[in-house]
Write a protein that binds this ligand. Structure first.
Ligand code: ZN
Ligand code: ZN
Length: 172
């Protein structure tokens, strides 16, 4: 939903359907996100809007070793505050307070309009692991024949890096 976060006069709640899509994760892989329902409770604050957000997710991403799909599911709750940025600086600069244990992000915007679904991917990128493994002892793909070694053993001799050969002499 796109709304004007400066024109919120009273609290309101809404939910929106987010279509299946993919999220670019870097490291040459992407995650596929199943359709989900994004729920938001919004209420006005001085110069902006406070959002309590929640969604349940189901995501497939490739195992970092064998590239098989790994499914991750969960629920996330998070809070953000949308505030206006004027001339490159926040309109309201609050005093730094060391005891302030703020556990939400403030998003400073130049525009008056905000598209809520951008929060979903930001949150997913924050939640997703850098490396997913299908199982802790995934054997990965053989670098020589390309077989998935979880499914099939192969007889390939993986060459030992010559830098390690002094060690192999010692162990003999
Ligand atoms: Zn794997
Ligand atoms: Zn092999």
């Amino acid at each position: 939903m796109i709304f004007n976060y400066l024109k919120v006069e009273k609290p309101f709640s809404f939910s929106e359907n987010i279509k299946a899509h993919s999220v670019e994760l870097g490291y040459h892989y992407e995650a596929l996100v199943d359709p989900l329902v994004f729920e938001i409770d919004a209420f006005p604050i001085k110069d902006g809007c406070h959002l309590n957000c929640k969604f349940q997710y189901s995501i497939s991403l490739p195992c970092a070793r064998c590239l098989e799909d790994v499914k991750l599911t969960g629920v996330t709750n998070f809070t953000v505050e949308l505030k206006q940025k004027v001339g490159g600086v926040p309109a309201v600069v609050e005093e730094e307070d060391e005891s302030d244990t703020q556990d939400f992000d403030e998003i400073f915007l130049e525009d008056e309009l905000f598209e809520t679904k951008t929060l979903v991917d930001e949150q997913l990128i924050f939640l997703l692991p850098e490396r997913a493994l299908c199982k802790d002892d995934c054997k990965g793909i053989c670098p020589i024949c390309g077989k998935n070694r979880n499914q099939e053993e192969c007889d390939c001799q993986v060459e030992i890096d010559p830098r390690w050969s002094p060690l192999s002499k010692i162990s003999r």
